[in-house]
Ligand binder design. Structure first.
Ligand code: GDP
Ligand code: IMO
Ligand code: MG
Length: 425
């Protein structure tokens, strides 16, 4: 029995797609457990770059069953586009399964997301405007439309009527947004999607997952976003509307916590954030701009420039504890190759004292100043290194420091976007 969870340890975009693809070849099943097409997971295979938003990053291995779990919210148009893109590049996608309990993103969710962001009454979150938050609101308010409802025209129609009455009123009267759709137009559009995705839908995806575990199959759970974007454990309210943390995998895929063997934290060698909200180690301008340029730090979903900063050991420690990390996969080490000096944040200064426990209340966080330790850069190209021994000594020291802050061992070091650019420790 091997159940491994891949989780982002920062504010997303740590390289989860690359690490999932890497580990997927030895798996029987890869499951996405939360989030939606706010995610953008990049897999680079030779000259081809794939940006996956909903489909698990194990899809390139035809013998690996890839499941979109019950905890995911699905925009069917985006899903179909993604299937089409993969097919056009020679990947048949026959190994995809979709949970009938996953919730569906509807046009009014996207409009509500945009309208809320525009109104900006309580500070703009900088969402991806993909309708993620409003869709999860409906899920938890028990008025959501699930994939199973798409397959049942009567249920779909009545749920649409009920929802559109409320959302139409909100959009029109509160947000002053005119919409072009009505119950019939959405009904017809979504019935078309239902027809197109039907062959992938499974009634009990969690049974599929549990059966695989029972049969001692190897499973990989692919988290989206990251710990600091978790609605409970991140920088609320500047977070997403789901639980990317490792325990979210149990809920979003449907298995008990006692079967988990490994929890792999994906850790970028520096930190990025896209969207609004606190970011203690952000570097505005200067080296921050250089990291964005060297690291190609532009959103895989929205194309927005990512904010860049130094490695944050307080965030790392928080992520290690909340997720129970057993291993670390360090990514983008190569992006630091040209730096003379590298800063690592080892603590925050809060009201005259040094703290190392991350304050998830943003009022306390706003009063924190990072405390840095300076390390020398290695100033050598690491992108062709295949063995740990061949890494520059100073790079090894930097990695040791990251592992020390996380109190976990490093099992993988990524030194480039391509599949082969990986060091197994
Ligand atoms: P995810 O959302 O966590 O899967 O990460 P993204 O795909 O959004 O962002 C990671 C970006 O870094 C992508 O463009 C990857 O191709 C790229 N990448 C991943 N690992 C490495 C690495 O080790 N070095 C470099 N230079 N790029 C990497
Ligand atoms: P992956 O899986 C980085 C951010 C948005 C915004 C906040 C809320 O590729 O790492 P949402 O649309 O979810 O309501 O936006 O969360 N965000 C991400 N940032 N990577 C992601 O996914 C993200 N998904 C959402 O920028 O700040
Ligand atoms: Mg991403």
């Amino acid at each position: 029995m091997t159940v491994s969870i891949i989780v982002g340890t920062q504010w997303g975009d740590e390289g989860k797609g690359k690490i999932t693809d890497l580990l997927a070849r030895d798996m029987d099943m890869v499951v996405r457990y939360q989030g939606g097409n706010n995610a953008g997971h990049t897999v680079v295979i030779g000259n081809e770059t794939f940006k996956l938003h909903l489909i698990p990053s194990g899809i390139f291995f035809a013998n690996v069953l890839c499941v979109i779990g019950n905890g995911v919210v699905i925009d069917p148009a985006v899903l179909l586009q993604e299937i089409e893109t993969l097919r056009s590049k020679g990947h048949p996608v026959n190994n995809l399964r979709i949970s009938s309990q996953a919730h569906v993103i509807l046009p009014y969710h996207k409009d509500l997301d945009k309208a809320q962001e525009k109104k900006k009454e309580a500070g703009r979150i900088g969402t991806t405007c993909r309708g993620i938050g409003p869709c999860y609101v409906d899920k938890y308010n028990r008025r959501g439309i699930r994939i199973a409802d798409l397959m049942d025209p009567d249920a779909l129609k009545s749920k649409l009527e009920w929802n559109l009455e409320e959302k139409g009123f909100l959009l029109d009267k509160y947000y002053g947004m005119k919409v072009s759709y009505n119950v019939d137009s959405i009904f017809n559009e979504y019935l078309g999607y239902a027809h197109a995705i039907k062959k992938y839908v499974v009634d009990e995806s969690s049974s599929l997952v549990r059966d695989a575990i029972k049969k001692n199959k190897k499973l990989l759970l692919e988290g989206a976003q990251g710990t600091m974007l978790d609605v409970d454990h991140g920088t609320y309210p500047y977070v997403t509307s789901s639980n990317p943390v490792s325990s979210g995998a149990c809920v979003g895929a449907g298995f008990p916590p006692n079967v988990v063997n490994e929890i792999i934290g994906v850790v970028k060698a520096y930190v990025t954030r896209v969207g609004g909200g606190p970011f203690p180690t952000e570097i505005e301008g200067g080296i921050g701009d250089k990291l964005r340029e060297w690291g190609g730090e532009y959103g895989a979903t929205t194309g927005r420039p990512r904010r860049c900063g130094w490695f944050d050991g307080v965030v790392m420690k928080h992520a290690a504890k909340v997720n129970g990390l057993t291993q670390l996969a360090i990514t983008k080490l190569d992006v630091l190759d040209n730096l003379d000096k590298i800063e690592i944040c080892t603590a925050y200064e809060y009201e005259g004292k040094q703290i190392t426990d991350f304050p998830t209340d943003i009022r306390r966080l706003a009063k924190c100043k990072p405390v840095y330790e300076e390390m020398p850069g290695w100033k050598e190209d690491t992108t062709k290194v295949k063995d740990y021994q061949h890494l520059p000594e100073k790079a090894k020291k930097y990695l040791d420091k990251l592992a020390e802050l996380a109190e976990a061992r490093i099992s993988l070091i990524s030194v480039g976007a391509e599949r082969g650019q990986i060091i197994r420790v």
